[in-house]
Every structure is written in C-alpha cells, then in structure tokens.
Design a protein around this ligand. Structure first.
Ligand code: UD1
Length: 347
C-alpha cells in the first residue's frame, strides 16, 4: 500500500475513465491524481466528481484554454514540478488528450514507469491532435493496456510488443456499473436523435458548422444536441441559426448523458467514446468523421461513417438493419481489475 501511483486527468473523458480505476485500486496502492484543468467548466469537470462520488484531485492545476502548444507546454512544467516532489513509482495516463501527452513526457523525462490506458488505438489521421498524442504516448509507455485485438495489431505494426496487455475497455466498466446501479432509466420518451459534436474539423469553421447544423435541421425529426463549449463558442461567434427541431442542451453529467442516449432512437456524433456507448446500449450510430479508431463497431454494421454527403444522414440513421450485438465487444466490464493487476506487477 505504500507504493505511489499518480494518474494524470484533465479532460471530460478522463474523469469517467479514472472512476473505475479509483474504485479498483483502493486496497492495492496509493492512487493520487493531478487534474490539469484542461476542462474547467463546472459541467465539463466538477459534475463528474460529484455524480460519480470521486475523490477530489490531489493537485488541481488551471491550464485549460489557450493554444495546444501553450497548454501542453504549461502542463509539462507544472506536472513535472509536482512529480519531482511526490516521487511516484508509476504514472498513469488515459487516452489521447493534451493532458495525456504532457503526463507521458514528464514520466519519460524523469524515468518513471508510464502506464497508458486505452493504448494502441489509431485513426491514421495525423491532422487530429489526438492521433499525435496517442502515438507519442504509446512509444514512451512501459505498460500499454489495450481494449481490443486491433490495438495489439496496431502496436505490433509500429514495433511495440513488450508491455502490451489486452485488458478490455475501461469505459465498459462504467456501463456495467450504470446497469448495476440502475441509473439508465430515463423520464424521456424516445422519438428523438441524440447529437454530440466537438471535433475542430466539424465545429471550428463557419461553413462546415453551418452545413452540419443545416443537415440536422433537414432531418425533420426531434434532435437533442448536447453542446460542448468549443461548439457553443462557434455557434455564438458565427451567429448560426438553429432549426426548430433542434434542442440545444448543456454538457450532461455522465449518467444523464448515457440515459439520453439510452432513450434515443440513435446517435449522431464525432466523439470517440460515444460510438462505443451507442454499441453497448444497442443504438444505431452515425459518426461524422472520415475514419474511426473503433473499427469493430463499423464491421458489425452498428456504426457508419459519414462526412461529405450529410444529406444522407436521415436515410442512414433510419435504415433498419439487423445487427447482432456482441455483449463482450471491448471486454467484459472488468478492465479496471485487470489494470490494477498489471500495475501491481510492475510496482
Ligand atoms: C479535448 C480533447 C479531445 C477530447 C475532448 C473531450 C485534446 C487535443 N482534445 O478536446 O480529444 O475528445 O477534449 O471533450 O486534448 N473549453 C471551455 N470549457 C471547458 C473546456 C474547454 O470553455 O471546460 C473551451 C476551451 O477554452 C477551448 C475549447 O473549449 O477554447 C476546446 O477545449 P480543449 O481542451 O482545447 O479541447 P477539446 O475540444 O475539449
């Protein structure tokens, strides 16, 4: 129990991924957290700690906003300061955000063992900052904990075989926990499509965002759109009118988001994690991107990519195809226990 592990978290998806690990790690090692402050609005950060009952971060930084270079650079400086004082045995990072990369570089420069949760994913699109973050992180990690065989294969293709363990997807643990707690029931009566969009290439440029929002209007169906701060900034800056069928709502706490998805007729998104959540909840998904890291959901016909011809949105989401859902896709919902086991092995 005297071994010290520091997890770096900072963006919305990392708070939720940290929760199952925090639960599973409690009797095994001292798990501390550094919150970089990459996401800082109450509904992008604090609500997750409150709703999931997570520990307050041991170190709270305020490094959100600003250019990616500045943000990552400042994180590097501040995380290093803390790590030098705390001398952890292991650093844990999640996924592919700027907070992930900053934590990985600190670990690597200080020769502290680095564990990457959700390693091995690839979009092969280097225009995505996340792709660069995850490739670099994987190449300096000691333990690469992956959710799928595809991820193992991707790493092998880059010459990484040592330290790779398939543990399943930690987000699946959250689905299991949500079902156990029976929090997915919703007051909402379906008959709407659920939408989330936040990728820079969909929301940062006026023409593109107008086109995307127009295509949602053309759906002629009720749409509930949970709006990320990046997207809201653009809608306001470009004064884009919103179709009367579209209801904009603020970013939702974890269980509320899942309930809204669960009660919907389907999901339209550019999020990574929500493509899997739609699969696990057996909802059809259209991903507004040209590629995805979660290729297994495409192969099973549960998820479809669409980027150029958004006029096809309605036809695609309404298509009733028979999908056989594999309840063990991306693991069995106990990834956190395996992750703790692997961390114990290197401690
Ligand atoms: C980041 C991650 C992305 C992840 C997403 C989840 C990177 C490169 N990208 O993207 O992989 O899918 O988080 O949401 O790390 N903002 C606020 N309030 C907040 C958070 C952000 O106003 O609480 C604003 C920022 O000031 C900035 C914009 O939203 O202007 C984008 O935030 P940023 O953290 O740069 O990246 P995300 O788009 O959230």
């Amino acid at each position: 129990m005297n071994k010290k592990v520091i997890a770096i978290i900072g963006a919305r998806p990392q708070f939720i991924k940290h929760f199952p690990l925090e639960m599973a790690a409690s009797d095994h090692f001292n798990l501390m957290t550094i919150h970089t402050g990459q996401h800082y609005d109450e509904n992008m950060s604090q609500v997750f700690f409150d709703q999931l009952g997570m520990k307050t971060p041991d170190f709270q930084l305020s490094l959100g906003g600003g250019s990616h270079g500045k943000q990552t650079g400042q994180m590097l400086i501040e995380i290093e300061n803390i790590v030098l004082k705390e001398e952890p045995d292991v650093i844990v990072v999640y996924g592919d955000t700027n907070s992930t990369l900053a934590g990985a570089l600190v670990a690597s420069k200080l020769h502290i063992k680095l564990v990457h949760i959700e390693a091995g994913l690839r979009s092969y699109n280097k225009a995505m900052p996340e792709e660069v973050n995850r490739v670099l992180t994987d190449h300096v990690s000691d333990l690469l904990l992956v959710p799928s065989k595809t991820a193992v294969k991707n790493l092998k293709a880059e010459g990484i075989e040592k330290g790779v363990f398939m543990v399943g997807d930690i987000m699946k643990d959250l689905i299991r926990i949500s079902r156990e707690r029976d929090v997915l029931s919703s007051d909402q009566i379906g008959d709407y499509l659920y939408v989330t969009l936040h990728r820079p290439y969909n929301v940062d440029h006026e023409e593109r965002l107008k086109y995307v929002l127009e295509s949602l209007k053309q759906l002629g169906k009720q749409v509930i759109f949970s709006v990320h701060p990046r997207t809201r900034q653009s809608i306001q800056a470009y004064h884009i009118p919103i179709g009367s069928n579209i209801k904009l709502i603020d970013p939702q706490p974890y269980f509320n988001n899942l309930s809204l998805l669960s009660a919907s007729d389907g999901l339209i998104t550019d999020s990574g994690g929500m493509q899997k959540e739609a699969y696990w909840l057996e909802k059809p998904c259209i991903t507004i991107r040209t590629e995805t890291e979660w290729v297994e959901t495409l192969e099973r016909g549960a998820n479809q990519l669409l980027f150029e011809d958004l006029e096809k949105l309605n036809a695609l989401i309404s298509k009733k195809s028979k999908i056989v859902y594999d309840s063990n896709l991306y693991g069995d919902g106990y990834a956190a226990d395996r992750i703790v086991g692997e961390i114990m092995n290197i401690l």
